[in-house]
Design a protein around this ligand. Structure first.
Ligand SMILES: Cc1ncc(COP(=O)(O)O)c(C=O)c1O
Length: 461
């Protein structure tokens, strides 16, 4: 028997038959094999992934407390949809909704409508659908046609493009300018008409991390209603900012304190600090969520109201979200998020010392913790930001370079997110590697053949 055919639990795993050949890729395996060998194969393949902690492109959680891991493990078999079978998990979900309603200053936190989702994308879809339904009801009542809905946004994350395409809605996205990257109330109002189902303002845009001026947009929509009778709801995409502003800038008015804000989404798995797979969407009042969108099912025991795109969904992330809320409270979240902002500002200070970068956004007011920069127009360097991203990748860092959307597509920027677990020490290491990379290009200038957006480590969220 050849050594690689040995299949005895006493043998070294690398001498087992499982490891004696490459793992399959295209054909469904005919035979079973041991869990030990299979685990080793899968484990080793995953070594080729990047190190999540060094992925500075993502907004999502990459560090969890051991207690979160324990709760995730305990919840692995619990299906969020089986609310009758797992009433306490369902109870924790509703507690999270009410706590978020309180955090976002709902006029009636104890009765606010809301639910968990798989992330902000699903939450955005649900928020958008509610706007579409309400608009259609209004048009039907007025006896007007309702075949051409539109949605007005600033520079939004791709989930809103998906929402518009999947549900046949015209998206009117305010284009960026070369030196202005978010919407303004004037530009929003200029696009509104009677077919507008709603306006989306983002608290922390994906491209430059900046908060859009939610209160000013709300005031402009109030004035529009007073002037023309058009009553257009405002949805806030607080994917990141929904878990930042309440702790760091409690006086910033962006949430349900504004009566124009009818719904808010946020990602529990971003600055909500929970593991991947949880988002939230809340409506201001019961009437803002059309009853028509809620399904009632009786085949899980009880009569369950569901409003979600998926049916089965893991419960652990929601349990972990509740853990984080009671573990950290406002005080703990403030400390965690402030330390992210502080680390981001430390890194921006280091970047400035290079003398070749312009900082586009950084600070602890009106932005997500992180830094966006571009090359100074007159920087005497022999590389572009795609080259730099690629060089940093060879040290394990993912620091994406990307061009901005229309009409600022000739602006190429680089960005890091500073999340829970991205410490000043880690950023000092990144600074040292950045210095080495710049010195490398001094010695080995990229005269021609700069990397393009496609070739370098691209824009990821
Ligand atoms: C502003 C904004 N909205 C929505 C999303 C989508 O969120 P998720 O990845 O939770 O689906 C993101 C993701 O980065 C985002 O930044």
């Amino acid at each position: 028997m050849a050594l690689h055919q040995v299949d005895n639990r006493k043998d070294d795993v690398f001498a087992s038959s499982e490891l004696g050949k490459p793992a399959g890729a295209y054909k469904f395996p005919a035979k079973e094999q041991s869990e030990r060998g299979s685990y080793q194969l899968v484990h080793d393949e995953l070594m080729l992934d990047g190190n999540a902690r060094m992925n500075l492109a993502t907004f999502c959680t990459t560090w969890e407390e051991p207690e979160v891991r324990a709760l995730m493990d305990e919840s692995i078999s619990k299906n969020m949809i089986d609310k009758d079978e797992y009433p306490q998990t369902a109870e924790l979900e509703m507690r999270c909704v009410h706590m978020l309603a309180d955090l976002w200053n709902s006029p009636a936190a104890a009765t606010t409508m809301g639910c968990s989702t798989t992330g902000s994308s699903e939450a955005a879809m649900l928020g958008g659908l509610a706007m579409k339904w309400r608009w259609r009801e209004r048009m039907q009542k007025l006896g007007k046609p309702f075949g051409k809905p539109n949605l007005i946004t600033g520079p939004v994350q791709i989930c809103w493009h998906k929402f518009a395409r999947y549900w046949d809605i015209e998206i009117r996205e305010i284009p960026m300018e070369r030196d202005h990257y978010i919407s303004t109330p004037e530009k929003v109002i200029a696009l509104c008409d009677e077919n507008t189902i709603g306006v989306v303002a983002t608290l922390g845009t994906t491209f430059t991390l900046q908060y859009e001026p939610v209160a000013a947009i709300a005031a402009a929509l109030d004035k529009l209603q007073a002037d023309t009778g058009l009553d257009i709801p405002l949805h806030v995409d607080g994917a990141s900012g929904g878990f930042l502003a309440p702790f760091i800038e409690p006086d910033l008015v962006w949430d349900f304190r504004l009566s124009r804000v009818k719904s808010i989404n946020a990602s529990g798995h971003k600055f909500g600090l929970s593991p991947l797979g949880v988002g939230w969407v809340l409506w201001r009042e019961k009437s803002d969520l059309p009853e028509d969108l809620i399904f009632y099912v009786n085949y899980l025991g009880g009569n369950m109201a569901t409003f979600a795109l998926n049916f089965s969904r893991p419960g652990g992330q929601i349990v972990a979200q509740y853990y984080n809320f009671i573990r950290l409270g406002r005080e703990g979240y403030r400390k965690v998020q402030q330390s992210c902002y502080d680390a981001g500002m430390f890194f921006a200070g280091e970047l400035k010392k290079f003398g070749i970068f312009d900082i586009l956004s950084c600070g602890d007011k009106g932005v997500i913790p992180g830094v966006c920069w571009k090359l100074k127009p007159n920087a005497q360097v022999k590389f572009n930001l795609y080259d730099l991203a690629d060089r940093l990748r060879s040290r394990g860092w993912l620091v994406p370079a990307y061009s901005l959307p229309p009409h600022a597509e000739d602006v190429v920027i680089q960005r890091i997110l500073v999340r829970h677990g991205v410490s000043k020490d880690l950023l000092a290491k990144l600074t040292a590697d950045l210095k080495d990379a710049v010195a490398y290009f001094e010695k080995h200038p990229v005269e021609k053949g700069h990397l393009s957006a496609k070739e370098a480590s691209g824009f990821r969220h």
